[in-house]
Ligand binder design. Structure first.
Ligand code: SF4
Ligand code: SF4
Length: 97
């Protein structure tokens, strides 16, 4: 179980969640490469501190992710194994402006 970031983060990335995470498990590689941030499911301690900090309601516990955002449960985990594949999928979900 973990918290998950989903689509409203794409191209928002204000990073207020990063500042409150006590275990620093919310990542991107760089603003140039990544259009959103990702929570490492192996590191997240499910404290919930990040969720209320997000101005666009892009974070939830994996059990509470909206049905139309559930793909992001897998995408958050996959980014730590194959970030390029996830970046390509993000561009399909929301084509760059
Ligand atoms: S739930 Fe807590 S540990 Fe998990 S990403 Fe959010 S702030 Fe970090
Ligand atoms: S606070 Fe929300 S929009 Fe900002 S980086 Fe975190 S998840 Fe993305």
């Amino acid at each position: 179980m973990t918290y998950v970031i989903f689509s409203p983060c794409i191209d928002t990335k204000n990073k207020s969640c990063v500042d409150v995470c006590p275990v620093s498990c919310i990542y991107l590689e760089s603003d140039e490469l990544d259009r959103m941030l990702y929570i490492n499911p192996d590191e997240c301690i499910e404290c919930g501190a990040c969720e209320p900090e997000c101005p666009v309601t892009a974070i939830a516990h994996d059990s509470a992710v909206p049905d139309n955002e559930k793909e992001f449960i897998q995408l958050n985990a996959q980014w730590f194994e194959d970030p390029d594949a996830v970046r390509a999928r993000i561009n399909e979900i929301k084509p760059p402006a």
